[in-house]
Write a protein that binds this ligand. Structure first.
Ligand code: RAT
Ligand code: ZN
Length: 412
């Protein structure tokens, strides 16, 4: 048997056994109590599934939203798992997760699955999920503009070192001057215009929160209408407060580009859509701010090639993840292959975006499988050119892709 025949299992073994740093999630440190979601009902009311379920239900939106989480979970379960085959990526995810936990929804009904969950002790369950997903570190999304979350931070929780903080600032950049009002209420003497005083108070706000939560990077999601430079508050806030802040703290700025919020508000959190971004704005940012580092993911499939080409031009740009609507097997494969072929290993192929702890299991099982396939194909081509990779080299590459490259980019 040539080494090429064993290539796929070798790569798979290494990809599966290499721990990952999950660089963007919506999970919380367990010390935040109820903010860390887990269990079958939270998996079923995941907004990815809610939007799919509404396509199969006649139920009025209000009726759905007026019921309890348990009832909502039942609606979703019936619509997507009982009355139809659960072929979508988000549906299959629930099944992958349950199976990894030793549950069989073909034999156990929702009631039995709920009873199993009710017996789990949170601390042990968290350890088990992280171990099954082989996730070493989880980056949270921490917003000072979220009242519930802010209250937890004020209480100075004892932190779990496996959960890292990342500062989310969408309202600051996208809802100025309404956000100025909130900053004022919190004791920052900001006006609405770009005066010296306002800029320095915004920077004080960013610095305070970065220190308070131990944030590792700062991040925003941007609509397709985002332009830079432009005669907008977003531009001056970026240029005079956010980017200087990131430079001062030696941290990257993450931009998640291409989300149109509330395309259908009746769907609540499930109602956001996608639009093609103007990556000319990103090009200008990277060129105009060589001392800043930009972590970027794009929601539109149409932006993926351009993003990769830009990353070839600007080493202060690090593409990451297959975000949200691109987190489907076909698109992960396409985007990861494109990135490998144009960037080598200098990118971070995936983040989970998990909102429910248990989802780490399926998000990483599914993504690792595709990453292993993509790498195997590339290594096989290399072998065809006479370059056979060793296990050590595969290990080195996979470590780089699953968090090592991100850490270096962050300057850690
Ligand atoms: O993927 C998601 O769960 C979305 O709802 C968004 O939260 C997105 O990931 C974001 O961070 O804005
Ligand atoms: Zn997210």
């Amino acid at each position: 048997m040539s080494s090429l025949d064993t290539l796929a299992p070798r790569v798979t073994r290494i990809v599966e056994s290499t721990p990952v740093q999950d660089i963007h999630t919506h999970l919380y440190d367990p010390s935040f109590g109820s903010l860390l979601l887990w269990g079958i009902d939270d998996q079923l009311v995941y907004h990815y599934l809610v939007s799919e379920a509404f396509r199969q239900m006649d139920l009025p939106f209000d009726r759905f939203w007026s019921t309890s989480k348990t009832e909502q979970a039942e609606y979703v379960w019936n619509a997507l798992f009982v009355e139809h085959s659960p072929v979508s990526e988000a549906c299959r995810g629930v099944l992958t997760t349950l199976r990894a936990l030793g549950l069989d929804p073909r034999r156990q009904d929702l009631g039995a699955i709920r009873r199993w969950y009710a017996e789990q002790r949170p601390e042990a369950f968290i350890d088990r999920v992280l171990q099954l997903a082989n996730v070493e570190r989880v980056f949270m999304t921490n917003s000072p503009f979220d009242d519930e979350e802010r209250a937890f931070w004020k209480a100075r929780p004892a932190r779990d070192p496996r959960f890292e903080a990342a500062l989310r600032i969408d309202p600051l950049l996208l809802s100025w001057p309404e956000s100025a009002e909130r900053l004022r209420r919190w004791g920052y003497a900001v006006g609405t215009e770009a005066s010296e005083g306002t800029v320095s108070e915004v920077r004080r706000f960013l610095a305070d929160w970065t220190r308070r939560i131990g944030s590792r990077y700062c991040m925003v999601s941007l609509p397709p209408t985002f332009r830079y430079p432009a005669d907008t508050a977003t531009t001056w806030l970026l240029e005079r407060a956010v980017l200087p802040h990131c430079r001062e703290f030696g941290q990257p700025f993450a931009m998640m580009m291409g989300v149109t919020r509330a395309v259908n508000p009746l769907l609540r959190m499930a109602g956001d859509g996608v639009g093609r971004s103007d990556l000319g704005a990103l090009q200008t940012l990277c060129a105009a701010h060589p001392e800043n580092r930009f972590l970027v993911t794009c929601l539109a499939r149409e932006n993926q090639h351009e993003l990769v080409v830009l990353a070839r031009k600007f080493r202060n740009l690090h593409p990451f993840g297959c975000w949200w609507f691109t987190n489907t097997p076909q698109l992960i494969e396409e985007i990861t292959t494109l990135r490998l072929e144009l960037l080598g290993t200098s990118f971070t192929p995936q983040h989970s975006d998990a909102r429910v702890l248990d989802q780490l299991i399926y998000k990483w099982h599914h993504s690792r499988e595709i990453l292993a396939d993509c790498l195997t194909r590339n290594y096989a081509r290399l072998a065809g050119s006479g370059w056979e990779v060793s296990d050590d080299e595969i290990r080195r590459d996979v470590r780089e892709l699953l968090g090592g490259g991100f850490h270096r980019f962050c300057g850690a």
